[in-house]
Design a protein around this ligand. Sequence first.
Ligand SMILES: Cc1ncc(COP(=O)(O)O)c(C=O)c1O
Length: 435
Amino acid sequence: MNEAELLELDQNLNWHPCSQMKEYENFKPLVIKRAYDSYLELSDGRKIIDAISSWWCKSLGHNHPELKKAAFAQIEKFEHVLFARTTYDVVVELAQALSALLPGLNKVSYASDGSSAVEIALKMSMHARYLQNQPQRTQFIALKNGYHGETIGALGVSDLGLYKTPYNPWLFSSVFIEPLYVQNKQDPRWNDATEHWIAIEKQLAAYTDTATAIILEPIVQGAAGMKIYSQDFLKRLSLWAKTHDVHLIADEIMTGIGRTGNMLACEYAGIQPDFLCLSKGLTSGWVPFSVVLSTDPIYQLFYGEDEGNRTFAHSHTYSGNALGASLALATLKIVKRDQLCLRAQALEPILEAHMNEIAEKTGALQNVRAIGAIVAADLIQGDGKNRKLVQKAGELGALLRPIGNTLYWLPPLNIGLDTLEDLKDISLEALKGTL
Ligand SMILES: Cc1ncc(COP(=O)(O)O)c(C=O)c1O
C-alpha cells in the first residue's frame, strides 16, 4: 500500500481519538514507520521528536531495548491468562515493588488503562461505604480543572467541559474546589496555602458527613494545561480528609513513576492516600496496563465470607495481564537503577530555561512553569494559533500538541540534552512562524 492509499483508507475508516475528523482532510496525520528513544521516524524518512511522550506515557522513550527483552521473555512463557484463581511470578514481584512505593498502600488491583483504574478507585470507595453501612456518604469531591479520564464515572469527577459537557445530564454531580496554583516550587504559596485554605475549609464543611472521597491529580493537573498547585494545599486537603473519614484518591496516572522528580507526586506533600492510581509511565507506555493501590483497612472491609455483596465483583478481562506486569516490573527496575527521579529533577531547570528563552525571544508566552520533566507556558494570544504551531513544528521536526493555549513539553525522562536543545530551537522557529 502506498502512502496516498494508506492516508485515504485511514481517512475513510479510522475515527481517531480526541480528533475532529474533518480537519484530517487537509491536515494529514503523520505516518509512523518506526519509533525509538525520543524519536518517531516517518514514512518519508524524517525523524521527529516526541515532545509529549506520546500522550505522557513513554517515560523511557520508544522501543527501549531492555523493555523489549522483558516483553519477549514473558511472551516466550505466556502473554496473558485470567487473573482469578491463578498467579505467576511477574505479577507477584510487581506487587512487591508497588506495595513498597508508599507506606500503607500495600494492596494491588489491576486494570487496563487510566480511566478503568479510576473507575475501580471510585467504586471501591462507594462499595466500602456500602459495607460500612454509611449510605449518606455519596458525595465525591474533586478539584476545579481536574481530569480523570473519559469513562462515565471518571467524567463525573472531572471538570473540563471539552470532554464533559455533552454528557452532563448522565453524569453524577461532584463538588469542585479550587486548588492554589503556583508557578513553581520557589513560589511562596508552594509551602503556604493558609489564606486560600480558609475559604476551602468553609466550602468543605458542608460535606463532612456526606463525602465519600476526594479525588485529585497530586501537584500537577495535566489535561488542565499542566497547572501546578501548592503542596501545602494538598497536605491540608489530605489532613481534612483523614480527619473526617473521607477517602483520598490520588490519580497519579500522569504524575507517577518519576515524572515530577519524585517517584510519586504525593511525596511532595508527604501524604498517604487511601487509593492511588497508576498507568501510562508504569509500563513506559508499552501496553494498556494500570493499577490501583489501596490500604489494608479498605481491603479488610471486603475480606470475609462471600455474603452480602462483600466481594469486589469487578472483573476486567485483562486484569493482571502478564505482559503488562513484566513491562511494569522492568520499567520500575530501570527507573530505580538509572535514578530517573533525579534525572527528572535535573531536567526541571533546563526545561524551564529553554521555555523562558522562547518566551523572551518571541514575547508570545507567559506564565512559564516547570516541575520535574514537565514544562508549560501559555500563549498570550493563542486563539487560532495552535494548529499552525503543530503543523509548523511537525515540518521542522517535533511533535507538539498544545492544550488549548498552553504549549508544553513532557519528554521521555531519559531524553538527551542535545535533543532538548533541538526541541527548543524547533519550538522557537515554529512559534515565530505563527506570529
Ligand atoms: C490524570 C489522568 N487520569 C486519568 C487519565 C485517563 O487515562 P486513559 O486515557 O489511559 O484512560 C489520564 C489520561 O491522560 C490522566 O492524565
